[in-house]
Design a protein around this ligand. Structure first.
Ligand code: GLU
Length: 547
């Protein structure tokens, strides 16, 4: 068969360059020895998830600790999955977590010399290589229809055979020249398939950068390399792109492991040096005692947007992911509590080989601990950032008074006090925690444990003597007096010795006042809360809190 003629009939494009020209266009990168070139290669679906951040963090750390490059390539060969604004959203989402690209799609960088970074814009390179494979007898046109392929799959399933297009099932592999041209003449649509040279009885040992040695069998599937619209499949496009973009290390999800034999064969027939591959383990969670993969449908915490809209402190999420990425990170952190996580020596060999457990409680603990290292002003900035994007109009009005919020934060975080509190888990819950300091979001639950007459008498008694000028001890002396006046023990020790002599203790009296003023039985130091609210608001709340 005249393969050259066949190749130019199937791929008649006259804009294709000789292959060596592409090599010249994308010369080796000038990097230090040992520098790794990594990439994130998402489809522009608009859904960016924790798994993407997990591998992006590994990619970024490895590139940047070795003096390499981390770039963004958009795998947009499947138009059905394309969502407008998705690329910007990937960049913005990762930037929120401090993960930045050196070059790539929509990245403004002088390093952008290996683009275009959108696969659809690289069509001619893929076509040139597919044409070359046809000329070398390593690829062929396939005219099978969807129905024919389905019938083959059904037959294979019924026979309990491996499904796919291979061996005797690869009907178009051995079409004669006449048959091919007759099909073309009849206008039948076709795809281009790899003419696999592999044999599944041959084993290949492959060293995965994360999982270690893996044995796979050779590929024998005649996979599609160019679809009927001339656009490549992931298999073919990624091999060509990682070659020309000089990727040295491909970190991707373990769902790709089963296609690895195809990729090994493609690199071989294309004559490209194989990059290192590291397949990350899936993120798992324990659900009702059963360990399962995080799912897009069931788990909102899989989406990265969730962490932004719930107001997670980005550094906490990153630190948490570091603890699952590298088993020795936590110990390093304990020894270097002040250090930046970027000072940690990230190592791909310390990455987990199987199912990483994602534990939101642990993330929450890390988040609390991280937030408790901030000053009141820094906490304000963080909460305010969340409020301006995700808060309500009322939140925005409240946060306009920075001085007032900072006073509240000093109190609720215990800043300057004996013990720094760790109550704020994330911005959303932090903002809700201070709602009661504003009348328009004050939603009291008057859950008094005493009768109406007692409650009202305690409140009236205290309101009559309250003075904003009182310090903590003068304030407390007044509460004790009200306790004594109303049949409560002014001293805890008296109450403990003879509880039957009293209605309750001074603590119960303080609780009545606390419920009236804050709407809750628990709050930070009540005297300070009253001070922050100011006398007129405190007195109004006391009055409104009577039953
Ligand atoms: N586009 C592929 C995906 O989103 C990329 C896999 C890879 O990193 O090679 O899963």
């Amino acid at each position: 068969m005249d393969l050259k003629k066949l190749a130019s009939t199937l791929i008649p494009d006259d804009n294709l360059l000789p292959l060596e020209e592409y090599e010249k266009q994308y010369p080796e990168r000038q990097l230090e020895k040992g520098a790794e070139v990594t990439r994130l290669a998402p489809s522009p679906t608009g859904f960016i998830h924790l798994g993407n951040l997990y591998s992006a963090l590994a990619d970024e750390r490895i590139a940047h600790t070795t003096g390499g490059i981390f770039y963004l390539r958009i795998e947009d060969t499947d138009l059905k999955r394309k969502v407008d604004g998705a690329v910007e959203s990937v960049i913005r989402s990762l930037d929120y977590f401090g993960v930045n690209f050196d070059e790539g799609a929509e990245i403004d960088s002088p390093l952008n010399k290996y683009g275009p970074y959108y696969q659809r814009r690289r069509a001619s390179i893929y076509r040139a290589y597919a044409k070359d494979l046809i000329e070398r007898g390593l690829a062929y046109p396939c005219f099978c229809t969807e129905d024919e392929l389905n019938a083959v799959r059904e037959e294979q399933t019924a026979n309990k055979e491996i499904t796919g297009y291979y061996g005797k099932y690869a009907k178009c592999r051995n079409l004669s020249e006449e048959q091919i041209y007759a099909n073309l003449k009849a206008g039948k649509p076709f795809v281009i398939r790899l003419k696999s040279q592999g044999d599944t009885s041959n084993k290949i040992t492959f060293r995965d950068a994360i999982k270690g040695d893996i044995t796979v069998t050779e590929n024998d599937q005649d996979v599609v390399i160019l679809k009927s619209d001339g656009i490549p499949t992931y298999h073919f496009a990624h091999a060509i792109d990682d070659h020309f973009m000089h990727t040295t290390l491909v970190i991707r999800g373990e769902e790709w492991l089963s296609s690895l034999p195809i990729h090994l064969e493609l690199f071989k027939v294309l004559g490209f040096r194989l990059p290192k591959y590291g397949h990350t383990c899936s993120l798992m969670k324990v659900d009702n005692g059963v360990k399962r993969k995080l799912s897009k449908r069931k788990d909102p915490e899989l989406s990265l947007d969730y962490y932004r809209s719930a107001g997670y402190y980005p550094k906490a999420v990153v630190k948490y992911l570091m603890t699952i990425l590298n088993s020795n990170f936590e110990e390093w952190e304990r020894k270097n509590p002040q250090a930046d996580y970027r000072d940690f020596k990230f190592s791909i060999s310390k990455m987990g080989k199987s199912g990483a457990l994602f534990d939101i409680d642990k993330l929450n603990d890390i988040s609390k601990a991280e937030l408790s290292t901030l000053s009141a002003e820094q906490t304000y900035d963080f909460l305010n950032g969340w409020v301006s994007e995700f808060g309500t109009d009322k939140d925005r009005q409240h946060f306009a008074d920075g001085q007032y919020i900072i006073k509240i934060l000093n109190l609720i975080c215990g800043i300057g006090g004996k013990k720094r509190r760790k109550d704020i888990v994330r911005a959303e819950s932090g903002v809700r925690m201070i709602d009661y300091f504003f009348d328009d979001t004050f939603a009291p639950d008057y859950c008094y444990r005493f009768d109406k007459a007692t409650v009202n008498s305690v409140i009236d008694g205290f309101a009559a003597v309250y003075s904003e000028a009182d310090d903590n001890s003068a304030w407390f002396a007044k509460v004790k007096q009200i306790a004594a006046d109303n049949g409560f023990a002014a001293e805890m020790s008296d109450y403990k010795a003879n509880p039957e002599n009293y209605k309750g203790s001074v603590a119960d009296v303080a609780e009545i006042l606390r419920i009236a003023v804050t709407g809750m039985p628990n709050s930070p130091d009540l005297c300070t809360v009253m001070g922050i609210l100011g006398a007129s608001r405190t007195l109004a709340r006391l009055n409104a809190g009577k039953r």
